[in-house]
Design a protein around this ligand. Structure first.
Ligand SMILES: [Zn+2]
Length: 256
């Protein structure tokens, strides 16, 4: 068996209890909705706060994987513009310089800028409800997502715990550094758990970068984070985690 396939199967040790994609989606990511529904909701829920496609800059981070493209396309269709924050696994490595660049491109003809952030790591779930498995058009064998997170799991299972920054593998070594810090000694999570840990790291990083680059008393912004799920038939679902908007310095949780 291919090594990556083995890692997927191990990480899905409970898969026999889940026979179908829908059951798995409900079990692991309750309340998920389709990608387009979610993006439509983001605009609908922000409209009362003055956000519109012609006055807001959308900043989005997803994994580099081509499977994430439909979600990015949905965001672009609905919001009209998008600054790409993406790295492997959806991590935010662009730093203060990248955030400031996006902000400096935002429309400001109404006297204020507005930012909408989307940050979503991803996972596949196949027709049998197995997390990590997916089928890619044009490829015979079962494929996997997120490959970067599965590589971290493989390193963990092999006891490969070196955390040096690899100049020839910058994003993956940074990912490993950030995730390993969140795990207890000897802990090897399943893929769903690791994806949720990646989400927490990304949300923390996003909020730290916002703190460093946004004057929240003057600039309204909104935060949407969660997990993108690739299901059978290349359909994309979105599980959202506690979205919120900050307007006039006050934070308000958004219904979802
Ligand atoms: Zn990925």
């Amino acid at each position: 068996m291919h090594q990556l396939q083995e890692t997927v199967m191990k990480s899905a040790g409970f898969s026999s209890a889940v026979s179908h994609y829908e059951e798995a989606l409900t079990q692991y990511f309750p309340g998920s909705r389709t990608s387009r529904d979610f993006v439509d909701y983001s605009l609908r829920t922000l409209s009362p706060f003055g956000f519109q496609p012609n006055n807001a800059m959308v900043c989005a981070s997803v994994c580099r994987d081509e499977l994430t493209r439909p979600f990015i396309n949905n965001i672009h269709e609905v919001w009209g513009r998008l600054f790409n924050f993406s790295s492997l696994a959806g991590m935010l490595y662009l730093g203060v310089t990248g955030f400031k660049a996006a902000h400096h491109h935002a429309p400001n003809s109404e006297g204020t800028e507005r930012y909408v952030y989307f940050a979503f790591p991803h996972i596949a779930i196949d027709e049998n409800g197995v997390p990590g498995n997916c089928r890619r058009p044009g490829r015979h064998e079962m494929s996997h997502a997120c490959g970067a997170l599965l590589n971290v799991l493989q390193d963990l299972s092999e006891g490969s715990v070196g955390l040096e920054l690899n100049q020839d593998d910058l994003e993956q070594s940074l990912l490993k550094q950030r995730l390993f810090r969140k795990l207890r000694d000897g802990e090897i999570p399943d893929l769903v758990t690791l994806t949720k840990i990646a989400h927490s790291v990304i949300r923390e990083d996003l909020e730290r970068m916002i703190q460093l680059t946004v004057d929240s008393s003057a600039v309204p912004y909104a935060v949407f984070t969660g997990i993108q799920i690739h299901g059978p038939g290349n359909r994309t679902w979105i599980w959202a985690s506690a979205p919120y908007v900050v307007a006039e310095g006050a934070r308000e949780n958004l219904p979802h």
